[in-house]
Design a protein around this ligand. Structure first.
Ligand SMILES: Nc1nc2c(c(=O)[nH]1)N=C([C@H](O)[C@H](O)COP(=O)(O)OP(=O)(O)OP(=O)(O)O)CN2
Ligand SMILES: [Zn+2]
Length: 123
């Protein structure tokens, strides 16, 4: 069993309705995000790879393009633009191309925030 990971960064804006810091959160504001995607599985005996990272990078580039410099509130299938929903959204986008998906983690490094999603089979 091997574990492969790739990371990408994106900048995005959002609004959020919440009980604390309600007013500044409701205004449009931005964050710098880092996404880490983990794949787990055996290496193919012929290729020696869990997945060709070149192929995987293409899928990640499409996901990043849909998020970078966007107003996340406008993503139709995201829901409230929290790190929880972002990690699950990235999972849904990648699952068909990468059945070895094991975890998607969203980081907001400047705030010390992180949130991981382990897929629908883990609640
Ligand atoms: N469980 C979650 N809680 C919150 C999320 C989230 O994604 N999941 N997101 C936010 C907001 O995005 C918010 O902008 C971050 O708020 P906060 O930690 O208060 O940081 P700020 O920089 O906006 O505020 P400071 O007071 O300047 O630290 C909130 N909660
Ligand atoms: Zn925010």
């Amino acid at each position: 069993m091997f574990e492969l990971s790739k990371q990408f960064r994106f900048e995005a804006a959002h609004t959020l309705h919440r009980a604390v810091d309600a007013e500044p959160s409701r205004r449009i504001h931005g964050h710098s995000y880092r996404a880490e995607v983990i794949l787990r599985g055996p290496a193919d005996p012929v290729t020696g790879m869990v997945i060709d990272l070149g192929l995987f990078e293409r899928s990640l580039a499409m996901v990043r393009d849909a998020l970078d410099h966007r107003l996340l509130d406008e993503l139709p299938d995201l829901g409230p633009a929290t790190m929880e929903n972002l990690s699950a959204w990235i999972w849904r986008r990648l699952a068909a191309d990468a059945p070895q998906l094991a975890r998607v983690t969203i980081y907001r490094d400047s705030l010390g925030d992180a949130c991981s999603y382990f897929g629908p089979d883990h609640g």
